[in-house]
Ligand binder design. Sequence first.
Ligand code: SF4
Ligand code: SF4
Length: 350
Amino acid sequence: MIKKALRRIYKDKLRLLMGRLSEEYNIFSPKLVEGRIIFDRIDDVSEIINEYHTRPVLPVKKLFLPQRETLFEYEIVDNDVIISDKLDLVAREKRCIFGVRACDIASLQILRRFFSRGPGDPYVIGRLSNSMIIGIMCNSVFPSCFCHFTDSGPLPKDGFDLFLVDVDDYFIAIIGSERGNQIASKNEDIFLDANKDDALAIDNKVKEIVSLMKSPPVVDQMVLYDAFVRSFNLDFWEDYAKKCLSCGKCNFNCPTCYCFDIFDEVDLDLRKGRRVRVWDSCHFLSFTRVASGEIFRRNRSSRLKQRVYHKFVYSVNDIGLISCVGCGRCFEVCPASIDLRDIITKVLCG
Ligand code: SF4
Ligand code: SF4
């Protein structure tokens, strides 16, 4: 049974709440653009979509680690190089990300751990720190969902301020942080007391969603880790490698893949330029090319294994967690129909 504080928000009050929050925060939400759902900034709370039965085109990570981002610009003035970045803007912007599913909330926790290593990445961590997260539980599952297996959903454990569970004509709001608590206290006309049966309603909803998922049988994550370690040299990897096109779609759609390339764009006058970061893919041949021209993962199976092993082994070594949240996006978009759940089942069955 859920242990966090609960409130009720009637559905006809949701826009009122978001309208009030928009006075303080820039609001990002799933919205309809040319027939597709995307996460984006909204100008008017009427654009907010709280019920959607298709996946947003890209996961919410794009709001924290954009596909392409200028890290800083530089200009030669007399004999000086003037550098300007947007860190100040990132630090000041207050954002509210509405409508985030449990798997994407879990992915943000993973990105926070990765980008906090070493000196930390001020862009990604700055955005994570400035963003209030209002999640919504799924009402249905996609055929590819298996967040129960990765322990990432359908309810998030942490990493949110408010999380809404849809029950008929109201939401049960789970308070996940002090910031969420303050919002509830400041808007007592919207956040009503929860009923004693609301915690039970959440439990029932979780059970219903889990029963609809096609997950591999749940195992302890260290059992999974050991099974992957034992399976590194098995023959079946070559079978998958023969099918894989190395297109990188799985990486770009994955909410936890975070690898990027960095390059300089220099203007034709050679006096101005910018340093740019773009998403990269470990499936690309160029990914491990080093200055001498050597490519360390020339073999396609080694690149395919790199992605999968990063999720279930290297990530555990690095941040103590698997970095798959069971969203199923990677195989939903894969043109070769390489289903990660099949790989997991093969690994577990030996
Ligand atoms: S999406 Fe499929 S085909 Fe493309 S790189 Fe990933 S596994 Fe290979
Ligand atoms: S590896 Fe696939 S299922 Fe796991 S988080 Fe990434 S896209 Fe989702």
